[in-house]
Design a protein around this ligand. Structure first.
Ligand code: FBP
Length: 248
């Protein structure tokens, strides 16, 4: 089995900084500091993240051809949607090709599937093509295996997310936490596909770290986190706590 993830892990663990929120949620997620991609890239490097998730436009203007390329691996998110429509039945359209992601210097591509959406067939077909192309180009494939809105607390969907990530050929999947048993089972069902926790909205520090500790003890290899880092005062202090849990 080829190790597509080798450029994105440290001691086989993953700590990815997500920064696609301006697209996914609109400007509401940002303040006077974190709206700036340069601030986020510097934070990712100072914090010792093992990868950063960006959409194409930010990668082109702030990452590719800069010193950042040597300092932090890029995960290029290939699809995206706003939070303005399709709430009941989400579909996230592709806006970047795998080939172009590679040209921009990506080491991995990311794609979101919303389980339970009526667009499932289209998303599976699209993801299938992306997965094959990415592996041909030696890029890792990361699946955001998300439930459609309203199914977030459904443990069956969490377990399904783990298994479908394996069956669709993802190298790593980012899944949402519903409860401890279903997350544990999702990791088991995902088997050779690695699982990371999806950060979610800004939470109480202790609550976030407790969940992270638990999923790591189940075999998750890390976290993809955005708002819980860059919406918090003193993000570097918090990152150190996250790193202690993931890397020991
Ligand atoms: P967060 O840690 O901030 O949740 O970031 C992870 C992420 O998957 C982002 O990549 C994406 O923009 C966002 O969460 C999606 O959030 P939502 O669950 O609200 O659609």
């Amino acid at each position: 089995m080829k190790d597509y993830l080798k450029n994105l892990l440290k001691n086989n663990k993953a700590l990815f900084l997500a920064y696609d929120h301006g697209f996914e949620h609109g400007p509401d997620d940002f303040n006077e500091i974190n709206y700036d991609p340069t601030y986020i890239l510097n934070l990712a490097i100072e914090g010792g993240f093992t990868g950063i998730v960006l959409q194409k436009g930010i990668a082109e203007k702030y990452y590719t051809g800069t010193l950042y390329e040597k300092k932090i691996p890029l995960i290029l998110k290939l699809n995206g949607k706003t939070n303005l429509g399709l709430k009941e039945d989400p579909y996230s359209a592709v806006n970047c090709s795998v080939e172009y992601a590679k040209e921009l210097g990506a080491k991995a591509v990311g794609y979101t599937i919303y389980l339970g959406s009526s667009y499932e067939p289209k998303m599976f077909e699209e993801f299938g093509k992306i997965q094959e192309k990415a592996h041909k180009l030696n890029l890792a494939v990361i699946l955001w295996a998300y439930p459609k809105y309203g199914l977030e607390d459904n443990p069956k969907i969490t377990e399904y997310a783990g298994r479908i990530s394996l069956e669709l050929g993802a190298d790593l999947a980012k899944i949402k936490y519903s409860d401890s048993q279903s997350f544990k089972k999702a990791i088991k069902l995902a088997n050779k596909t690695k699982i990371v926790l999806s950060g979610g909205p800004l939470k109480d520090e202790k609550e976030f770290l407790k969940t992270l500790k638990e999923v790591i003890s189940f075999g998750a290899i890390g976290v993809t986190v955005g708002r819980n880092v860059w919406q918090r005062g003193e993000p570097l202090r918090f990152i150190e706590k996250i790193k202690k849990i993931i890397f020991g």
